[in-house]
Ligand binder design. Structure first.
Ligand code: ADP
Ligand code: G3P
Length: 521
């Protein structure tokens, strides 16, 4: 135990950066948040300005300290959590990015993935092997992951490959970018990442937790660009001179979905959470051995505390969830705020036969179909905007059910003790939508449980950082502080539940094989 009062979490998310101050009971004391621009240069491309993200991070740290009227002396440590897979490449001597951040949703690397799949041993363009690295890294080749995004930058930004080979460039996921800047940037910034973020690059061996030089070579990525891989909970570095957090330890880093898993206290094998944010991500703790999925899920690192063995998870990643609500708001103008979707959906009894498959970036888990594109099907003259709002909400619940069923199948096959989920812990912005949560319980057929502190992502990063410096004694504190907020029980008639799900599956088939050849470059 230290004499400090708070732990600070920085949550560098897809749409905004937040700083949240927690007390010893894991309660929120103050929050500051700032959105950054979504740069969409062409269909399928999504970028962020890394310098804007760093500016916003500094601003929200200043904002939260000012809101709480405290200074760094009261902060035991800082945890960082982040949108995963999004990656930036920058010059180590100037700190200038050579290109915007390429965001996890961006699909420009499809051709690079196709090329790597076609050149796998024994494969060809006609018989590509998208799983060529799966045994080593736990992931199939997909535009989602960071490695191919770095390959794209090195292949497309003039002079980048030469500068990378000369050792002048560094790469990092957003945790690494924030950490490097917070710890001094060009003046000795720490270039490191944690095992959870590294497990999303396709470049880290999932068993040894080391970078894999052969895969780096296949993608043309010099190993000199890579950050050091460290445990999630442990000291990474200290706040830079002249910064507001000078000398404050930065002692926790977790990718945001892993942080939510930690904050939801999923420390036992078989425990799982589902986070409903921009996308939707379900992670199930599978213990200290990685479990390979036969059902379209990812094998990923859940967390590693100090020198203890890493704990793994199976993950079902859904690319579009809350962002479909935003699309309804921003692209169709059917609502003015995200929260209005619930009222609009409640204006009708049911979906009126409409199903919305939001395959905006292709379909992620459990399908992994880059050739899919979004579809709104089942339309008749009867369908109105209320039905469309319902179809938007139901899309997230149906996708979650598909992922959960895949997870149960994988867990059962692995002989894991928690083979079938008996309840689903949920969090994230979209869980404020009670209609969705009820429909979710109806679809998965088990209780859906939301904790009192819904900011589990930031909380998880705070816990990882606090445990490393003795502010909390260990994961039991996380378990003790976790408290149930609200529970939804399945109510729907079984036949109706299955009828809806069958229609959803049919709707999914209508989105496949849409893109013959993705337009890139
Ligand atoms: N009351 C609500 N009903 C439905 N969706 C909501 C509601 N509030 C927020 N959302 C959606 O949740 C997402 C924001 O959740 P959040 O957890 O902050 O996401 P992220 O961390 O991905 O930025 C947005 O996409 C938004 O559209
Ligand atoms: O920023 P979020 O909450 O949408 O999370 C993004 C995920 O980490 C992408 O894998």
């Amino acid at each position: 135990m230290t004499d400090k009062t708070y732990v600070l979490a920085i949550d560098q998310g897809t749409t905004s950066s937040r700083a949240i101050l927690f007390n010893h009971d894991g309660e929120i004391v103050a929050v500051d948040q700032k959105e950054h621009a979504q740069i969409l240069p062409r269909a399928g491309w999504v970028e962020h300005d890394a310098l804007e993200i760093w500016r916003n991070t500094r601003d929200v740290v200043a904002g939260v300290l000012s809101a709480a009227e405290i200074n760094r002396h009261e902060i035991a440590s800082v945890g960082i959590t982040n949108q995963r897979e999004s990656v930036v490449v920058w010059d180590r001597t100037t700190g200038e990015p050579v290109h915007n951040v390429i965001v996890w949703q961006d699909t420009r690397t499809q051709r690079i993935c196709d090329r790597l799949a076609a050149s796998a041993p024994g494969a060809s363009a006609e018989a590509p092997d998208y799983d060529r690295y799966k045994d080593r890294v736990g992931l199939g080749l997909a535009t989602y992951f960071a490695g191919p995004k770095v390959a794209w930058i090195l292949e497309n930004v003039e002079g980048a490959r030469e500068r990378a080979e000369a050792g002048d460039l560094l790469l990092g996921t957003m945790d690494t970018w924030v950490l490097w800047n917070m710890t001094g940037g060009v003046d000795g910034g720490v270039h490191a990442t944690d095992v959870t973020n590294a497990s999303r690059t396709m470049l880290m061996n999932i068993d040894t937790l080391d970078w894999n030089p052969e895969i780096c070579a296949d993608m043309g990525i010099p190993v000199s660009m890579l950050p050091e891989i460290k445990p999630s909970s442990g000291v990474f570095g200290y706040g830079r001179k002249n910064g507001l957090l000078v000398d404050t330890p930065i002692s926790g880093i977790l990718g945001d979905q892993q942080a939510a898993t930690f904050g939801q206290a999923c420390f036992e094998v078989g425990q799982a959470k589902n986070t409903y944010g921009t996308g939707c991500f379900m992670l199930m703790n599978t213990g200290t051995t990685p479990v390979r999925s036969a059902n379209g899920l990812l094998t990923t690192v859940a967390y590693q505390i100090g020198d203890a063995p890493a704990v793994y998870a199976l993950e079902g990643s859904i690319a579009v969830a809350g962002s479909l609500v935003q699309w309804l708001r921003d692209n169709l103008g059917l609502i003015t705020e995200s929260k209005d979707v619930e009222e609009l959906a409640r204006s009708v009894e049911d979906n009126g036969g409409a199903y919305f498959v939001p395959a905006f970036s292709g379909l992620f888990a459990p399908y992994w179909r880059p050739d899919a594109r979004g579809a709104l099907v089942g339309l008749t003259r009867y369908v109105n905007k209320g039905h469309i709002a319902r179809a938007v909400e139901e899309a997230t619940a149906f996708q979650t059910r598909e992922v959960l069923e895949a997870m149960n199948r994988d867990a059962a096959a692995s002989g894991s003790p928690g083979a079938t989920l008996t309840e689903l812990k949920v969090d994230g912005g979209m869980t404020r939508d009670e209609l969705l949560m009820q429909f979710q319980a109806d679809q998965v057929g088990v209780p859906v449980v939301r904790p009192q502190v819904a900011e589990t992502t930031a909380l998880g990063a705070a816990y990882a950082a606090g445990i490393a410096v003795g502010f909390w004694s260990g994961t039991q504190d996380v378990v003790d502080n976790w408290a149930e907020g609200k529970r939804w029980l399945p109510q729907m008639d079984l036949d109706e539940r299955e009828r809806l799900f069958r229609n959803w599956k049919k709707a999914v088939t209508r989105t496949l094989d849409w893109v013959d050849e993705d337009v890139v470059e």
